[in-house]
Design a protein around this ligand. Sequence first.
Ligand code: PXP
Length: 245
Amino acid sequence: MPTLGVNIDHVATLRQARYREQPDSHNAEPDPVAAALVAEMAGALGITAHLREDRRHMQDRDIFLLREKITTKLNFEMGLSEDILRVALAVRPEDVCLVPENRLEVTTEGGLDCCGRRDVLAPAMARLREIGTRISLFIDPEESQIRAAAELGADFVELHTGAYANATGVARAKELQKLIAGAGLACELGLRVNAGHGLNYENTSAILALPGLEELNIGHSIISRSITVGLHSAVREMCDLIAKK
Ligand code: PXP
């Protein structure tokens, strides 16, 4: 059964909306670390956090505190900048998920270009290997990208489910088939398979058909639902939905 990794960036987004100038003030709320602990109690088997170059939500301190406090595992999402790479090397997360980062986007929009960016990815991955972290590459379910990820020696691919989540009807069915084929190819090439982006309580069940799927990373929908039902229930409901596979 796939496991759930809860992405807690949007807890920090809410905190930053009010406390951008003093995110570590004693008043600053909500606290992403406290949220991570609740998510773990509710059944999440991993916590995902993205430290963006512009620090728009998670702050360096959050990442170090998460490392110290959580008891499942930390999946550190990061773009390929030297500044963030240094944080990763100091934090030593169990998993790193490399993502493309464009300062103007609202959230991560497309997958990494593993084919075109091998020259940047390979040395960054070599440095991350030195701390024993497992490396995941966040890519679109395209054959060329999956093959490049395998050639780069990634442990995991995280297949980008955004196009599937945004589509409807026949287009959605086609995107699902692409994800299924992509996951199958990744498994054949010895890659492990995670998936995420845009998943919610309505569209996640179908994603459970991906061969070899190990982990789903879900953030926005769970944090949104937590406003009405509470975080523990929101995480629990998603765990139950995944368990119904
Ligand atoms: N996986 C990756 C690689 C992401 O960049 C994100 C968004 O930060 C997610 C999963 C979670 O996406 P969402 O917030 O849409 O569930």
